[in-house]
Design a protein around this ligand. Structure first.
Ligand code: GLU
Length: 466
């Protein structure tokens, strides 16, 4: 069996969005599943719209997702000589011809056809003129005037187009820049791509590309056109639906694994399994289980997956991922051991790393100023004896453990005749500044005795001052 070779070939005219990441992931998984090669190719022949910063951003997004490429990034802008050679071959074999039609004139005809409600098409004026290449001449592909072009799409099934519909497309503009359909075929031939997995918005390009393969006498690769992702209202996915560039998810504290799992399940399934490790995705992914109907972007599901991965990622690993988010709230260079210790106290209630860093604030920074509502409700004169008692007993406690602290709190309640929440809430606000936090018996040993005593005293003083 020949080695599977797939490619992801974005145009650097914008950041990598979810749709692009979806395509990249499917190509990557298919290559990894078969032990094949995944190629990155930057389609940057459109010089006006391509930008270097997007080339960088696309690579950064793929790296963050862990979709490593084995070859590339190839850049079409650096392959013009190859395209010229391939265009010459088509001219020599009579599959292409030069065209000197005036672009303005062509545009006028195009507009006139559109105004009449007709499909604009080239009148093939130059098809048999035998013009030689030269300045001001474009090159057109000599599309057969009869017959059909068809293929067995790995996702969509059998697809056929009448060649009549296809027009004599320009394959090289007068300025020597190849058009998309030519460049992509030449690349896929020379890079020996075996499977083209891409969005179904490219279906109408495929018959044109197949004809070009045939003109070169090369068997086309397999095509698999993925349904485009939709928003919840089943319209084309956009910002309106909350869809963002890939790196914006990183900023929001989504783990790469959550996004990969989320994207993998859009359009592809394996029974009703929802959670897949990367290893499982590689093992199970195939094109036979990619559906024909579009997947729907559901933000809630992404957050649900993220909560899951936050919970199950080993604390040390999560600590490393959390650290940049701590920096964003002013905690620079925290001790990695300390961060790894706090993770298990926060990972059950955080949907994102941003939420987690916010909830972790009190572990690093003084809890004052207290949350206003919490302080008003719980740091009252009535709570002062309870805070004092807690401080006194804590200072006498030899060993801070969940058990010893549970007993300590229970004993105070028994002595003072109060309920546990009446004690726990003032202590919580004193230590964390908020009325919701990890359990006291978990957080007190991490903060340490000295720090807890300092915070309890600050809270007692704050009541006296108010
Ligand atoms: N550069 C094309 C795009 O960004 C991809 C073309 C292809 O996959 O054939 O849509």
């Amino acid at each position: 069996m020949t080695q599977v070779r797939t490619r992801f070939s974005p145009s650097p005219t914008g950041a990598l969005h979810l749709g692009g990441a979806h395509t990249a992931l499917f190509n990557w998984l298919y290559a990894r599943h078969f032990g094949g090669v995944f190629i990155l190719r930057i389609e940057d022949t459109d010089r006006e719209r391509s930008q270097e910063k997007f080339v960088e951003e696309i690579q950064e997004s793929l790296r963050w997702l862990g979709l490593n490429w084995d070859e590339g990034p190839y850049r079409q802008s650096q392959r013009l000589d190859i395209y010229h050679e391939y265009v010459k071959r088509l001219l020599d074999s009579g599959h292409a011809y030069c065209c000197d039609c005036d672009p303005e004139d062509l545009e006028t005809r195009r507009q006139a056809a559109l105004a009449k409600g007709e499909k604009p098409r080239y009148n093939r004026r130059c098809r048999e003129r035998g013009l030689a290449p030269g300045p001001g001449t474009a090159v057109r592909f000599k599309t057969p005037e009869t017959g059909t072009t068809h293929w067995q799409d790995r996702i969509k099934g059998h697809i056929a187009f009448d060649n009549q519909e296809l027009d004599d497309l320009v394959i090289m503009r007068a300025d020597g820049i190849p058009t998309y359909n030519l460049a992509v075929v030449v690349d896929d031939i020379t890079m020996r791509v075996t499977h083209i997995i891409r969005g179904d918005d490219h279906i109408s390009n495929t018959p044109r590309q197949i004809l070009i393969y045939q003109a070169y006498g090369v068997d086309p690769p397999e095509f698999a056109h993925m349904p485009l992702m939709l928003g919840k209202d089943r319209t084309k996915l956009s910002k309106r639906h909350g869809a963002l560039p890939v790196l914006a998810y990183r900023e929001q504290g989504i783990l790469p694994q959550s996004l990969n799992n989320f994207l993998a399940r859009l359009g592809w399934s394996r029974g009703d399994q929802e959670i897949f490790s990367m290893a499982e995705l590689i093992e199970y992914f195939d094109l036979d289980h990619v559906g024909k109907s579009p997947g729907v972007f559901d933000q809630e599901k992404l957050l649900w997956l993220n909560s899951h991965y936050i919970k199950v990622t080993p604390p040390r690993e999560l600590a490393a991922l959390l650290t940049p988010f701590l920096a964003a709230i002013g905690v620079e260079n925290p001790d990695p051991d300390y961060v790894a210790r706090i993770v298990p106290t926060l990972n059950k209630r955080s949907k994102t790393l941003v939420e987690m860093a916010d909830a972790a604030r009190f572990y690093f920074l003084d809890p004052r100023p207290y949350d206003e509502k919490a302080a008003k409700k719980f740091l009252t004169p009535a709570s002062v004896p309870l805070l004092r008692e807690t401080a006194a007993r804590l200072s006498a406690l030899q060993e801070l453990s969940e058990e010893s602290l549970t007993d300590l709190l229970k004993d105070i309640c028994a002595d003072k005749g109060c309920k546990l929440v009446d004690l726990a809430q003032p202590v919580r606000v004193a230590l964390t500044g908020k009325s919701a936090s990890p359990s006291l018996t978990e957080l007190i040993p991490i903060l340490g005795k000295e720090e807890c005593l300092r915070r309890l005293n600050n809270a007692i003083n704050s009541v006296a001052e108010s």
